[in-house]
Design a protein around this ligand. Structure first.
Ligand SMILES: [Zn+2]
Length: 112
């Protein structure tokens, strides 16, 4: 790990460092295989996307996308990751909610 030498844009450099050495070759193969077209909308594709995000650079996990589709997918994925990582505290942090019986006052009012 080389750490955070570049505070500006490290996300980008970090991402690139995870790509394999033969990435440019893989890119070219994916581009050719997919006919140079976005797999999502059929317009000319410029970006090679990991179908399942992560470090699986197998050709089966790569697809060609155009920039808008790639951006949308990346945003959806990070939103999903945020949802998955969110602690459960929000749900369990309401002690007694729905478990407490009706307070006396209300049961008396209901009877009258
Ligand atoms: Zn597209």
């Amino acid at each position: 790990m080389s750490g955070r030498k570049h505070p500006i844009g490290w996300e980008n450099s970090n991402r690139e460092s995870r790509l394999p050495a033969n990435w440019h070759k893989l890119r070219a193969r994916v581009k050719r295989r997919d006919g140079g077209l976005c797999k999502s909308c059929g317009r000319p594709g410029t970006q090679v996307d990991h179908i399942i995000r992560g470090d699986n650079h197998a050709l089966e996990n790569l697809q060609l996308l155009c920039e808008p589709c790639h951006t949308r997918k990346t945003q959806a994925e990070s939103a999903e990751a945020r949802r998955a990582q969110r602690p459960r505290r929000e749900i369990s942090g309401r002690p007694g909610f729905m478990t407490e019986p009706m307070p006396d006052y209300w049961s008396r009012v209901a009877r009258e």
